[in-house]
Design a protein around this ligand. Structure first.
Ligand code: SF4
Length: 348
């Protein structure tokens, strides 16, 4: 694959640009308007990795484009493979190669899911999360987000994308929306938005905009239904209480194909008893949703412990018995630190 760099001043990556943005760029450079559509076709349908490959653009326009733009593709610098077939890719941040981000490919029968990152590190400071412990080291551009998808060997067998890697999507929303638009628009990959899930701790202004502007599925990290207890592990609860997040979600229609799910990582003795299950039922009552229980993956730096399997099953059964669809999410890639909450770039 051609390696190009958008770190050069005045040079911008084309990957991640929307048709609108490309039309503006073509107009500014004196190129015909239809060239924008041609560039989209080369970028997204044919996924070329060099401007020279865009052979229906005139030589003059290709040269002009090469002076001020690059494709924005770069290969992962490392790949680790788990015993269970999960693969963790390490990428450099293109505008700051000292920063690394990770993506995780999870094969499962005829499904291939890629978990992508949207920031280097994270500002949210969730106390159980290895990414959160690193602090924040910058937003990923739409090009760096899409590069994780376009530059892995499994690109052609991807069926689903989840924005659940490093970072909080609602804290880098413009780039998330440009990326999901490129994945779903007819001028882009043309995927159904229901193949894409974007997660959030519940940053209400960003979530509201995302719900209005996108049709992708949403996953809210809940982890404790009691505000005072949630705040102990998720500082953003103070600014955006989970009750307010759920109140916002109730204003949207979830009876169609678009799905809302709640991620609930289970910590032994902290959020895994019937009191929590009952409060969760109360909080979510009447909302068409599902709850995914996630086994906590213990790391040496946290005081938290993993819930016992029997307690997770009891919790799941309680929710199902009380009308909330609940499943225990299979854990993948734990041996290569690729499981939920364990992504750390090069800093682990
Ligand atoms: Fe950030 Fe998500 Fe980790 Fe919280 S769990 S610190 S939002 S990456």
């Amino acid at each position: 694959m051609t390696q190009d760099s958008s770190a050069t001043p005045g040079v911008q990556p084309l990957l991640g640009m929307t048709l609108d943005q490309l039309q503006q760029l073509c107009a500014a450079e004196g190129m015909p308007r239809f060239a924008a559509k041609q560039i989209c076709d080369w970028l997204y349908a044919k996924h070329v990795d060099s401007i020279d490959a865009m052979t229906n653009l005139s030589l003059k326009n290709r040269s002009r484009l090469k002076e001020m733009a690059v494709i924005g593709r770069h290969a992962p610098v490392e790949c680790q493979v788990s015993r269970d077939g999960t693969k963790k890719y390490l990428f450099q941040k293109s505008d700051d190669p000292s920063q690394f981000i990770e993506s995780v490919f999870i094969p499962d029968g005829d499904r291939g899911t890629l978990c992508v990152s949207c920031q280097a590190g994270c500002k949210m400071g969730c106390r159980f999360c290895v990414t959160g412990m690193q602090g924040f080291h910058g937003n990923l551009s739409a090009a760096d987000i899409l590069n994780q998808i376009f530059s892995i060997p499994e690109f052609d067998c991807l069926t689903n994308i989840v924005f659940m890697g490093m970072g909080e999507p609602m804290d880098n929303l413009d780039n998330i929306l440009h990326s999901t638009e490129a994945l779903t628009a007819p001028w882009g990959l043309g995927w159904s938005p229901h193949r894409i899930t974007v997660s959030t701790v519940g940053i209400i202004p960003g979530l509201r905009r995302f719900l209005d502007e996108s049709q992708c599925h949403v996953a809210v990290s809940l982890h404790n239904p009691f505000g005072s207890e949630r705040q102990e592990i998720m500082p953003m609860q103070r600014a955006y209480p989970i009750a307010d997040v759920v109140a916002l979600l109730r204003k949207y229609d979830w009876s169609g194909q678009r799905r809302i799910s709640f991620e609930y990582t289970m910590f032994k003795g902290l959020n895994d008893d019937t009191r929590h299950a009952a409060e969760l039922v109360r909080l979510l009552k009447g909302l068409y949703c599902r709850v995914n229980l996630i086994r906590f993956h213990s790391s040496p730096d946290t005081p938290f412990k993993t819930s016992l399997p029997k307690d997770m099953e009891r919790f799941r059964d309680y929710l199902n018995d009380h009308g909330i669809i609940c499943t225990i999410r299979a854990s993948r890639g734990e041996d290569i630190m690729a499981a939920c909450g364990l992504l750390a770039g090069k800093n682990q």
